[in-house]
Write a protein that binds this ligand. Sequence first.
Ligand code: SF4
Length: 292
Amino acid sequence: MKLEKIVEDTAVELLRIAATELPVEYADEMRRLMGETEGEVGKSQLSSILEDVDIARAGSLPMCQDTGVVAFMVKLGDGFPLRSSIKDVLVNATRRATDEIPIRPNAVDMFKGNTGDNVGLRGHVPIIYIDLVPGDKLEITSMPKGGGSSNVANHRMLKPGLGLKGVKQFVVEAVAQAGSLGCPPYFVGVGVGGGEDYVMKLAKEALLKPFKVRSSDPEIAAVEEELLAKLNELGIGAMGLGEGPSVLDVHVEMAARHPASLPVGVVISCWALRHAKAVILSDGSVQVIRGA
Ligand code: SF4
């Protein structure tokens, strides 16, 4: 089979897995936290989420009606044969996935309305981030993100004098402001530094860092621990009803910044943090990686 076809088929499968199979680690954690939840309201919300997750997995059905805006994070080896065509392949995969899974058409043009196939008319959707890396592998991560939790993302250019204390305060404010709107319990990605645009990419990347694994930098790890505890003290609760967990995990990604700027980005995911990854070698062999 041609390599382009293998990559396209794999990308369709990654969108299917992301839409229909919540990583088991997330479901296990919600099940554990359901056991610790005292109120019946919180328990019943978590129970409904877990039932939905099971039905979706068993029937290969999307776990939510909003299947998100399609995005791919790509690590493209400089020795991998497909380079200039990779974007076209992922666009084709998005069209096919829309029909075959199916997933809801979520690409809306300002003038023409919904395009009907999750592909934007102006070349920016699906969102595709490509990093060039050494080697002959292609790594693709699908990450379709729902509108409800995307709407509660937050960004601020802080005064640098506010320092780390200001960063933490802003993250707590952002999640408090999100409240119930993005279908908690949440995953929270925090970006610090880089610039006004790059900081949001850092925050989005932070969302997909390994579940419950703290940063290898002990200073950042301590910030993650502190934020996780503080955010759960907000008492938002499952689906915002004040009982059960508010936040399942927090990751922080930091970059250097301009001396006069302290950009902070907060990207929030609902409980349905959907993603799946595959590594494709030049010989066409594929390894699909599920899980958090
Ligand atoms: S925020 Fe998440 S769970 Fe809520 S409607 Fe959107 S995709 Fe679905």
